[in-house]
Ligand binder design. Structure first.
Ligand SMILES: [Zn+2]
Ligand SMILES: [Zn+2]
Length: 820
């Protein structure tokens, strides 16, 4: 097709340039679409069905990376498809501003910790940097061609968003779902804040397992194995398995802690693993989550040996003031010196680390606000079944997570840049929660409208902590729907919840939790889960691995359409995909193909006013019916695939149709008709319909080039944009003629191959060809396709007769031919 020779003596001016320049085309349409406001959710429209998307608000990290882009591409495919299907689509965009990532970055940028910067100043900087970091990300999303309704843009650090988050807290408090209590929580000593279980990442590391002796009070000794001897001062008991015959006689006795000489009981508990170490476990407050359980179960004392900054407290005696690592070295030295140490082994074990700064976390008892998530477990598991998960196994991930949770959700963060708790305490311990009309309020800086405790009249002390950032982002679906001021029930629960599988355990989970508490239902109906973008080497993409690819580099080199097309083709939603320049190259080649098809189509359709171009299908040729059947199949397949969010299937079908049916065969077989007066109208009619429908479907994935061809070749009519056209209906065709057409196409393909094998240029004329048939049906096919075969292959004389020739036709045993 690419080598088409213009046989016409005059030159037709094609409105699109030869070379497709994605750079100017993409930015032009992005600007225009936004100016036209065609992707705005129409609040007033009550006729169209609505489709609401709970767009995940990204962290303002300053860079929108290829993984974010994958997520947003998936969302945009859904938004564009639903719009074409006639839905009034809400595709909002927000920014999840608060929380650790921003604070950690500010601290790193300034080389100071939050302690060294006044709180007001810190907040001011956090807001300023957040706005700066959002800018390039917003730009990147726009360059990706996402059909976002930008009038909806919000930031969770805005006072109006604070008001919503704070109100959601008050409602949960009034419903009895939040409480304040002292409970052990995960603690990052670097970030100096509590963390939820969802914020802990486990990493397997090699570390030392120390074996050392405890003296028994009644004489003798017992050996204990532990990776954390620096916690000795916090040891409150030794535990053995009740059936462990080695130690049965010790149960109920007492042991003396080395160095510290304090006595602790020896207890039996079935949770002890007799195969780990010596089978004797030292319970410390707290080494890990099991210690928390044991402390509670046996009502053991709590001895805090590590403080909020990760320093040893005075309870640690000779270790006081040391860091955890220094303390470990010191206690090992002391145990050796005093003769307690038996041996040291290397083992591999999991260490919990802060998700943001990767510092190993500790467990500290803290007075915090908690959400009662444990009692919701069963309901969450039940409701998760009513949500459609794509892919279906994503639900398992949520279920496993919910089942693994031991603690309620701690929502207090000892940080600065976050939504403040609308809460005060009085000297006598009463809790005063703000009235909704006081919101938004920052108790750290603003006085409440009352100045005394309403219960006892004593002075008010503001809450200094802020909320976990997931408190902001776990009400997004409701906020998008207008909660609490003008909730549009049509938009809630959200129709689509699109996110990566890495945040199923946070975002999806918290959205369900908050939905159940605040609204009595989950906040979304369908969860569309995307995989992770890996580097070209297949490993997780990471700057330190040297396999990192910047989205801007991709967009500069290939443009948005190529990226979007590639991510759609590469995998099905839910699977990881490996970054591939070859994949982008393939996508680019397809775009060029489509571009050339558009330009070629112009030669056929430019003479007609295509909108009222109508031809009775009875007049169409067999190969026309064949291509209409292929188009019809394509529309059906693409529609069904997109209904199931199977982008790979949809786009593969479009590419296959365009490349391997339309370009490779049909366009070749109609070239000769361009100069035949009575064929012109029919060809233009068929080609126009195909191009229009292909562009509409393709605009889900590659909207820029689709729009450019629509305007350049089809004149930009009748719709303002091809991206808001009605979804195509499968065209009518005659099945019998289509089947004949398919065979004619095969004959033509076989003859082209032969021409190629004989080293004849495709444009070269062949003096004579004899076509052979062995049955009546094949005879009919050959007669019906005579003109198409003759015209396409450029044969001067054709003879059709019974028999068998030298060259066969693939899949058609009863047809053959000879080239004379
Ligand atoms: Zn941290
Ligand atoms: Zn009081």
């Amino acid at each position: 097709m690419m080598g088409v020779k213009m046989t016409k003596s005059y030159k037709i001016e094609i409105p699109l340039p030869k070379r497709y320049d994605f750079k100017s085309v993409e930015s032009k349409w992005q600007r225009r679409w936004e100016e036209w406001g065609i992707y705005k959710f129409d609040k007033e429209d009550k006729t169209k069905p609505t489709f609401s998307i709970d767009t995940p608000p990204p962290y303002p990290s300053g860079e929108f990376h290829v993984g974010n882009a994958l997520n947003h591409a998936y969302i945009d495919f859904a938004a564009r498809y639903k719009r074409l299907r006639g839905y009034n689509v809400l595709f909002p965009q927000g920014w999840d501003c608060h929380g650790l990532p921003t604070e950690v970055r500010i601290e790193k940028k300034l080389g100071k910790t939050k302690r060294d910067i006044p709180r007001g100043k810190f907040l001011e900087l956090a807001r300023k940097f957040t706005l700066e970091w959002i800018k390039p990300m917003r730009e990147a999303i726009k360059r990706l061609g996402c059909s976002i309704d930008w009038t909806t843009e919000y930031m969770t650090m805005d006072p109006d968003y604070w008001r919503r988050t704070q109100l959601s807290f008050i409602e949960m408090y009034n419903k009895g779902y939040v409480y304040r209590a002292e409970h052990p929580v995960f603690w990052c000593p670097r970030c100096e804040t509590a963390l939820a279980e969802a914020e802990i990442e486990y990493e397997e590391v090699e570390r030392e397992l120390y074996y050392y002796n405890f003296e028994l009070v009644d004489g003798g000794k017992v050996t204990v194995a532990s990776t954390r001897p620096e916690l000795l001062a916090a040891c409150v008991a030794l535990l053995v398995h009740p059936d462990d015959t080695r130690y049965k006689h010790l149960i109920g006795k007492k042991a003396r802690i080395p160095i510290y000489n304090r006595e602790v009981p020896i207890l039996a508990d079935p949770e002890v693993d007799p195969n780990f170490g010596t089978g004797v476990v030292m319970v410390c407050t707290y080494g890990d989550k099991t210690d928390v359980r044991w402390q509670k179960r046996y009502n053991l004392p709590i001895i805090k040996v590590i403080d909020e900054q990760g320093r040893m407290t005075e309870n640690a005696g000779p270790l006081k003031g040391m860091s955890i690592l220094e303390a470990r070295r010191k206690i090992v030295e002391l145990l050796r010196k005093e003769g307690y140490m038996v041996k040291v082994e290397k083992i591999k074990s999991n260490v919990g680390k802060c998700w943001r700064c990767h510092t190993p976390v500790e467990i500290l008892p803290k007075t915090q606000w908690f959400v009662k998530t444990r009692e919701l477990k069963d309901r969450i598991l039940e409701e998760a079944k009513n949500i459609k998960w794509i892919p279906p196994h994503a639900r398992k991930r949520l279920e496993d997570w919910v089942k693994s949770l031991d603690w309620d959700w701690p929502i207090s963060r000892q940080r600065i840049f976050g939504t403040p708790f609308p809460v005060w305490y009085c000297r006598k311990g009463h809790i005063i929660v703000a009235k909704p009309e006081w919101l938004p309020i920052d108790p750290r800086f603003q006085k409440p409208p009352i100045d005394k405790c309403p219960k006892c009249g004593s002075e008010l002390i503001p809450e200094e902590d802020v909320m976990d950032t997931w408190m902001d982002s776990s009400i997004t679906a409701a906020v998008h729907a207008g909660w609490p001021d003008n909730m549009d029930e049509r938009l809630f629960p959200a129709d689509l919840q699109p996110n990566g599988y890495d945040i199923i355990r946070t975002w999806d989970y918290y959205l369900i939790v908050r939905g159940l508490i605040l609204f009595g239902k989950p906040q979304f109906k369908t969860a569309l889960i995307n995989g992770m973008m890996r580097g070209t080497d297949g490993r997780m993409m990471h700057k330190s691995y040297g396999n990192y690819v910047s989205l801007l580099e991709v967009l500069d080199k290939y443009g948005a359409d190529a990226f979007r097309l590639w991510v759609a083709i590469a995998v099905k939603p839910g699977s990881d995909l490996r970054f591939s320049w070859e994949g982008l190259e393939f996508a680019r080649r397809f775009l060029i193909k489509l571009w050339n098809i558009g330009r070629l189509a112009y030669l056929y359709i430019h003479e007609f006013n295509v909108e009222d171009l109508n031809v009775n299908h009875k007049e169409l040729r067999a190969i026309d019916h064949w291509i209409l059947k292929e188009l019809s199949d394509t529309i059906n397949t693409v529609t069904n695939a997109l209904e199931e969010y199977d982008y790979q299937e949809a786009v593969t079908k479009i590419v296959d149709f365009v490349w391997h049916k339309l370009a490779d065969h049909y366009l070749e077989a109609i070239k000769y008709r361009m100069n035949i007066e009575e064929e012109k109208k029919k060809t233009a009619y068929v080609l126009y319909g195909i191009l229009r429908d292909v562009l509409i479907m393709a605009s889900v994935f590659i909207p820029h080039i689709a729009e450019e061809i629509y305007y350049g070749i089809l004149g930009g009519k009748p719709w303002k944009s091809i991206t808001i056209a009605p979804w195509p209906k499968p065209p009518e065709y005659d099945a019998e003629k289509a089947s004949i057409g398919e065979k004619i196409i095969k004959v033509i393909a076989a003859m082209r191959r032969v021409k190629h094998d004989l080293r004849m240029p495709l444009s070269a004329e062949i003096p004579k060809v004899i076509l052979y048939y062995l049955d009546e049906e094949s005879k009919k096919v050959l007669h019906s396709g005579l003109e198409d075969i003759k015209g396409t292959i450029r044969i001067q004389e054709v003879e059709i007769k019974y028999g068998k020739g030298r060259y066969g036709v693939e899949e058609l045993d009863n047809i053959s031919f000879d080239v004379m």
